[in-house]
Design a protein around this ligand. Structure first.
Ligand code: NAD
Length: 355
């Protein structure tokens, strides 16, 4: 596809490719929107099977970040970066530093953080080269965002239960968690602590065993997406909900931390609504980590950050209500976010006109 068509398709502002000869780093940064402000979005490190897959991933993830920031009422835009790793290739400090230098060329328009395949250690290495990175333990700020993402997801689950007229009492509920990594483990923990039975799968046997041992979750070999449960919580990679998997769902609610859960957001969003399953829109449900890192970056206090993460329940409730007259809860969430972006654009124009 032609580069400018690629940008125009979903309203992206910039797509930048970087190759660092010394380390072999190959990375892409996509900035979807800076209408509401500079853009924070994680760096995903993944062995993509082809370059086109990486470009597709960075474009859709960065667009999602714009909606996530706007819906969370943050003065931030949306961006994301990806590193094209080789299969089995371990991350190194030299690679992270090269990525940090790439991020720094954006002068703060893009602020990096961790995502799948990137640890707080990697982020701290990046911070050796740029101030515009969040989520490290030592050098950069904020630490691992996943506990906050998980807490936000748990708050959104409460909103989903209330929306269906159910009591918010996890005792007696069965929650099925797909992927018990950084976020899924904590979602499972919160659900277990609240009294739920938790079923879990993970392609990483060690992660699954840890959840069984430490949380008392039930590991299952069954196809989790088609397992009878109250809440299905996709906490692994995106794209799991498509025509086939939606037709087999046996839950009342889908509410998880994974980004881009709907393979085809418009069609699959409408499809899931028709089945009667309530879908908690991913970028509202999983906004806790962004709220934490972006909030600290822009100077919010810990208390203000915590309040915003608690508020995810109200935001989810508002979006679910708006969805009653729309084809899907996903479309309601996008329109909720877009209203905030349009308001920001209008404010910009008004400010510019005043000078
Ligand atoms: P993670 O890598 O720590 O955990 C993902 C887990 O899913 C791993 O244990 C992995 O083995 C497992 N997994 C992968 N494929 C699977 C499959 N097909 N079935 C079952 N398990 C599978 O990642 P994470 O940080 O927990 O992120 C999970 C999802 O949440 C991602 O989509 C990420 O983009 C999204 N997310 C994360 C955060 C955050 O704060 N970390 C914030 C927002 C969104």
């Amino acid at each position: 596809m032609k580069p400018f068509e690629l940008l125009a398709n979903h309203g992206h502002e910039r797509l930048a490719f970087h190759h660092d000869e010394a380390t072999g780093l190959r990375a892409i940064i996509a900035i979807h929107s800076t209408v509401l402000g500079n853009a924070l979005g994680g760096t995903r490190r993944w062995a993509y099977s082809e370059e086109a897959e990486a470009i597709h991933d960075v474009l859709r993830l960065s667009e999602g970040m714009t909606y996530k920031s706007a819906a969370a009422d943050l003065p931030m835009g949306g961006a994301k970066s990806v590193i094209l790793a080789k299969p089995g290739q371990a991350a190194t400090e030299a690679e992270a530093r090269a990525m940090g230098r790439f991020v720094d060329t954006f002068g703060g328009t893009y602020i990096a953080a961790e995502d799948v395949g990137v640890t707080p250690q990697f982020v701290d290495w990046m911070a050796g080269e740029t101030q515009h990175v969040m989520g490290g333990d030592l050098v950069s700020h904020g630490g691992d965002p996943s506990p906050f993402t998980a807490l936000g997801c748990f708050n959104a689950m409460k909103a989903c239960l209330k929306h269906l007229g159910k009591k918010v009492d996890f005792a007696g509920l069965t929650v099925a968690v797909q992927g018990v990594g950084a976020t899924g483990f904590r979602v499972a923990k919160l659900c277990r602590e609240a009294g739920a039975t938790v079923l879990a799968t993970d392609t990483n046997a060690a992660n699954l065993q840890r959840a069984v041992k430490e949380l008392g979750v039930q590991a299952t070999d069954a196809n989790l997406l088609a397992t009878k449960c109250d809440i299905l919580s996709p906490c692994a990679l995106g794209g799991t909900l498509d025509a086939r998997t939606i037709a087999n769902l046996k839950c009342s609610i889908v509410c998880g931390t994974a980004n881009n859960q709907l393979a085809h957001p418009i069609d699959d969003g409408a499809r899931i609504k028709k089945t009667g399953v309530l879908y908690g829109p991913d970028f509202i449900v999983n906004s806790g980590g962004l709220i934490r890192l972006a909030g600290l970056y822009i100077g919010l206090t810990e208390q203000q950050v915590d309040q915003k993460i608690t508020h995810i329940e109200q935001t989810t409730t508002a979006v679910l209500k708006e969805a009653s007259g729309l084809p899907s809860t996903y479309e309601a969430a996008v329109s909720y976010a877009k209203r905030r972006i349009e308001q920001g654009r209008t404010n910009r124009r008004t400010t510019a006109a005043a000078y």
